[in-house]
Write a protein that binds this ligand. Structure first.
Ligand SMILES: Nc1ncnc2c1ncn2[C@@H]1O[C@H](COP(=O)(O)OP(=O)(O)OP(=O)(O)O)[C@@H](O)[C@H]1O
Length: 716
């Protein structure tokens, strides 16, 4: 009886067809041993194994290669190429012209040997001496018939060669005699020609006539074997396993290795599971595997294709050792902020530009790698636009931005509380300025301002106050992590960075501590352009370059000690670019800002700090405010209304507090952690008790203690 409830099932037939596992295993092993190259067993359907068919859709999706080479499409590159060619030709010509006497001497010394070589060759030809050995051999063999044949041939040859030689000698003699009557310059000319000719013929094989004007360094070619060898020494288990299993086929080159600018470019697919980021992280080992200087080896990912696609560019010259290109604006008479701004060069030496309008720039790195240099480039460029307003703050006071003091409407530099406070006040102003600009834009007709944002035309229109406002904040971590002003500054910066873009306000922030405490995420997340010089870890990398940048292989951790001013630039092109910023040294910066100041004076746009107007700062008031509060609120009065406090303060020092309002007082006390709440008090006019906004004295006492401690720490 069958245990199967389905009686219709044919068990006999099924047993006959049972799959013989052992037989199958044997067959499989046999197949495997047949597979001589040890490749994987194909499990795809025959359909999937077919080569992809040509389709119109595929052709349409194809990527068109540019018709003209890159150096012909870019005016800069064309200019560079022409300049190089002319320079090269001039140098070579000058070098050889100077050595002409030496070359003439060499030719003269070598010409007797040349005469000897020519005479010997002529005699050998005339008497058919090259056949002499064969004729001697027939004599030794006593082969009379062969000897006769060869002798006849020799006689024939010598006869007609003799005629030719006699004729030639006659022509030369005639020429020689006619030279006696020829002008002397032609005699010298013929002599020079003869010396040159015989000198060249007499040249030893290993000693060329001309010296070497340009020594071209020999750069080894980049081949697929070299790339594979370099990848195999990285110690990456994924690569090593794949190479063991599949040999060189494990690395699939998706395009031929070609010359690309002054270097080689290889594009390849890494074995499954290995990402371009893994390779970028091992850049130093990769350079060792390629036996090239580190500054020549630039691995990049193409995450838009897939994470395992690697583009390896190997330059002929170390980027850090290559001569720095001069900043194109060094001698520019002026600059328009709305135009592309030359920011740096890529490893191929091409200029990379950024656009300032409608973006904010965040720059980050560990100290000493070129942050100030990088933030300086857009600031100095903007200073050359007399209609752009510059605000510049350096919260560490290293002095890199000091040349801007003569053009900036607001400027402060230093590591003290005053500079931090000036920064905070500037941000408050900037927030108000954003609100004002938003209102102006709202009031403009759609025909003038179709996208509700400042256009280059609006920025130039006088009276609207919508000019570009470029605000550079260097070492911003000092402000954002300031115990008194940091929190408010962070909140303001976050609002400004979100709002300002369309309002012509461009924030440039540089920090050496890109972590959540020193750089509010609301700020870092809203920067459109990011430039990351060397950082130490994934967190800082992603904070500056954006979430997932590290995972996608864009790793500023790969930069080495020598890579000063070199970083990843994100947000200006489709892909992240490696850029070395132009370097503007102190004296150059001074010259630029001198020119910028003259431009502003001529345009009548020199304002604020640069025009000698000190920015309004309540620093003096702040300094004494806490102490003044304590002196007008006796110790036995634990709480006081804000309005009462304002009255007492203005009574105490009318010059300092005469115009102080309760709201202003609340805002000024807030950074000290003193907040206002409902407090019970008595109205001095009506004598009635009520709950109104006020402060607690103990908060002020605590704030003073905190401040004194901080000042003590700093003084220490
Ligand atoms: N583009 C560049 N090319 C070559 N060298 C550069 C470049 N930018 C900066 N440097 C070098 O790096 C040094 C440090 O630069 P910079 O002062 O801008 O760094 P930083 O990151 O702002 O430093 P810190 O955080 O200590 O203020 C400079 O003195 C300069 O020699």
């Amino acid at each position: 009886m069958s245990s199967n409830p389905d009686d219709r099932f044919d068990w006999d037939a099924a047993e006959a067809e049972v799959f013989d596992l052992d037989a199958a295993r044997q067959a499989r092993t046999a197949d495997d041993t047949d597979d001589t190259d040890g490749g994987p067993v194909l499990v795809d359907s025959p359909e999937a194994q077919k080569a992809p068919r040509f389709t119109m859709a595929g052709l349409r999706a194809g990527q068109r290669r540019p018709i003209l080479p890159a150096w012909l499409r870019s005016r800069d590159e064309l200019r560079d190429a022409v300049r190089w060619t002319v320079g090269h030709a001039t140098h070579s010509t000058g070098y050889h012209l100077l050595r002409l006497p030496k070359y003439a001497g060499k030719l003269a010394v070598r010409s007797p040997r040349g005469v000897y070589r020519v005479t010997r060759a002529t005699v050998r030809w005339l008497f058919d001496l090259e056949g002499e050995q064969v004729r001697q051999a027939t004599v030794r063999r006593e082969d009379a018939e062969e000897y006769l044949k060869l002798s006849r041939q020799r006689d024939r040859r010598v006869r007609w060669r003799g005629i030719v030689a006699t004729f030639g000698t006659a022509v030369m003699l005639a020429g020689g005699i006619s030279l006696v009557f020829a002008p002397s310059w032609s005699r010298w000319g013929i002599l020079a020609l003869a010396v040159t000719l015989f000198g060249m013929i007499g040249q030893p094989a290993d000693k060329p006539l001309l010296d070497t004007a340009v020594v071209v360094p020999r750069v080894a070619r980049l081949t697929s074997e070299i790339v594979i060898r370099a990848l195999s020494v990285l110690g990456n288990s994924g690569i090593n396993q794949a190479l063991r299993k599949q040999g060189n086929r494990a690395i699939a080159f998706t395009a031929p290795i070609t010359r690309d600018g002054p270097g080689w470019r290889a594009e390849l697919d890494l074995p499954p599971g290995v990402t371009a980021g893994d390779i970028a992280e091992e850049r130093e080992r990769l350079a060792s595997g390629l036996t090239r200087p580190l500054g020549c080896v630039w691995p990049e990912g193409r995450p838009e294709v897939h994470p395992g696609r690697l583009v390896l560019w190997v330059g002929d010259q170390d980027m850090a050792a290559a001569p720095l290109k001069a900043w194109p604006l060094v001698k520019a008479a002026s600059f328009d902020v709305a135009k592309p701004l030359p920011f740096g060069t890529d490893p191929r030496g091409r200029t990379v530009s950024i656009e300032l309008p409608y973006t904010n720039i965040l720059i980050g790195s560990i100290p000493g790698y070129g942050k100030t240099g990088a933030i300086g480039v857009p600031l100095f460029a903007a200073s050359l636009d007399p209609y752009a307003e510059i605000w510049a703050f350096d919260f560490k006071g290293t002095g890199g931005l000091d040349p801007l003091a003569k053009v900036a409407a607001r400027f402060a530099s230093g590591q003290d509380d005053e500079t931090a406070e000036a920064g905070l006040l500037a941000l408050r102003e900037l927030r108000k300025e954003c609100q004002r600009r938003a209102a102006v834009i709202k009031g403009l007709p759609k025909t003038v301002c179709p996208d509700n944002k400042v256009t280059p035309e609006l920025a130039r229109r006088k009276g609207l106050g919508l000019h570009w406002l470029v605000v550079g904040l260097d070492e911003i971590q000092e402000l954002f992590s300031h115990p008194e002003f940091g929190k408010e500054a962070g909140e303001l910066a976050e609002k400004i960075i979100k709002l300002g873009r369309a309002l012509g306000v461009i924030l440039l922030l540089a920090t050496q501590r890109p972590d959540a405490k020193s750089l509010p995420t609301g700020v870092s997340a809203n920067a459109g352009t990011r430039f990351c010089l060397k950082v130490m870890g994934q967190t800082e990398n992603d904070m500056v370059l954006g979430t997932s940048a590290y995972k996608n292989g864009i790793r500023a951790t790969m930069f080495a000690k020598k890579d000063k001013g070199v970083g990843y630039l994100v947000g200006t092109a489709d892909d992240a670019q490696i850029v070395r910023t132009f370097y503007i040294n102190g004296p150059t910066a001074e010259r630029i800002t001198d020119r910028a100041r003259a431009l502003r004076e001529a345009a009548g746009t020199l304002t604020g700090h640069a025009a000698g107007q000190a920015a309004e700062t309540p620093a003096a008031r702040r300094d004494t405010l806490l102490d003044d509060v304590l002196s007008v609120v006796p110790a036995d009065e634990p709480k006081v209304w804000a309005e009462t406090l304002v009255e007492r303060l203005s009574g105490l020092r009318p010059d300092a507090y005469g115009d102080l309002t309760a709201d202003q007082l609340r805002a000024t006390l807030k950074p000290y952690g003193i907040t206002t709440g409902q407090v019970w008090g008595t109205d001095p006019v009506t004598g009635r008790g009520a709950n109104r906004r006020g402060i607690e004295r103990v908060d002020v006492v605590n704030a003073v203690a905190e401040r004194n401690k901080r000042r003590g720490d700093k003084a220490a």
